[in-house]
Design a binder for this molecule. Sequence first.
Ligand SMILES: Nc1ncnc2c1ncn2[C@@H]1O[C@H](COP(=O)(O)OP(=O)(O)OP(=O)(O)O)[C@@H](O)[C@H]1O
Ligand SMILES: [Mg+2]
Length: 414
Amino acid sequence: MTDASVVAVGTPQSFRQQLARSLELEAEEVGWVQSATAAEELLIGPYHTVDVLVLSPEVKEADALGLAEFVGRTSPGTAIVLVRDHTWNGLLPAAMRAGIRDVVDMTQGTDELREAVERAIAWAANLRSATASGGKAEGVRTQRGHIISIFSSKGGSGKTFLTTNLATAIAQVTGEDTALVDLDVDMGDVFTYFGREPTASVTDLMELGEGADRARVREVGVEVAPHTWAFGAPPDPAAEAPAGEAIGKFLRTIRNEFGFVIVDASVDYSDSALVCFDLSDMICLVTSLDVVGVKHLSKALDTLLTIGLPRERFRVVLNRADSKVGLDASDVERVMKIRVDAMIPSSRLVPTSLNKGRPVVLEEPGSEVAQAISSLAARFAGSASQVGELGGTEVVDDRKQQKKKGLFARSGKS
Ligand SMILES: Nc1ncnc2c1ncn2[C@@H]1O[C@H](COP(=O)(O)OP(=O)(O)OP(=O)(O)O)[C@@H](O)[C@H]1O
Ligand SMILES: [Mg+2]
């Protein structure tokens, strides 16, 4: 039974140990991903077939049903076992209809869990030998674009400036259509950096996730610079943030259409931000070089690592990095135990080009600040093409983890 691929899904990480113990396995013999979205990434990724996904009590019921639906479509040979730490009020029929094989009440002890997982493994093995298809549906797309999200838990650190210029520069470097997504639904100002206004509504954007074609995607997007397509809605502080699941579908549609998708993530750890990080190949943490900014950065990194995002997914960008403020990159590297990937100098060209509504990489391409961003864009684009198609989600599964080359796979120092 140790040949079967069993993956624990959901926080806390100790759920993986708990599951392994109940199966009388070592923790590393069971895979682990942090969320339902990450599990979906695993299933469509190039890694391996998964026999059983075991969902922790922390996976929300709606996410579990969403994952079951996804599995039904893309990986029908994978069984799902749902673990709850309470009785599952009346939702059992819905779970079964969605194709979840078993719901286990943790409070009943671990025997029930072991038996349920063993049954699920046997079911998956039977199905596999019957279809000899390896459990993956035919025609599932694995070729897709890369999502790079830009995050800072502190406002005003240059997130939108970096997102807009990086997207423009990546479009320039690759000569291909690149997407730019404003996930900052309350106060997004991505379009302002291009002197434009968003025209779509949040509903238009989310509807793209329901299987929009290429023409519709470009109808909803706005070409704000050559090969640079922006997706966002007018800021509405009263608007309710779209559900994480809808954001996930939307981002997947966008990344099927564009080689690179650069996302201005919101400043908090909302559901939509977390789904975005789950789907991101890279998460750029941006900070200004001051003690408060660096503290925020360090806390953000800790928080995101705690929820299970792999360290190698993070990049650190220091903005206004030449300020003579008594802090430098090596201080940040020491505190964060992660390499600083880029330093963007402070420049008056940033506010002046913002006022003109032209990204600095187009307005003043020869300037130091534009060159810092362009070389970052070239590295991101280059390393992505070097490694070719990349799964967005690393599986924390020591047996199967694959080493990849290039910046996309570079580990932090520690
Ligand atoms: N390297 C830089 N040199 C000079 N000014 C900069 C630089 N980076 C950002 N700024 C300025 O700092 C301000 C904030 O930048 P930006 O809007 O990108 O921050 P943000 O992190 O997106 O903020 P918010 O939290 O409001 O979304 C802007 O006025 C921008 O012009
Ligand atoms: Mg902003």
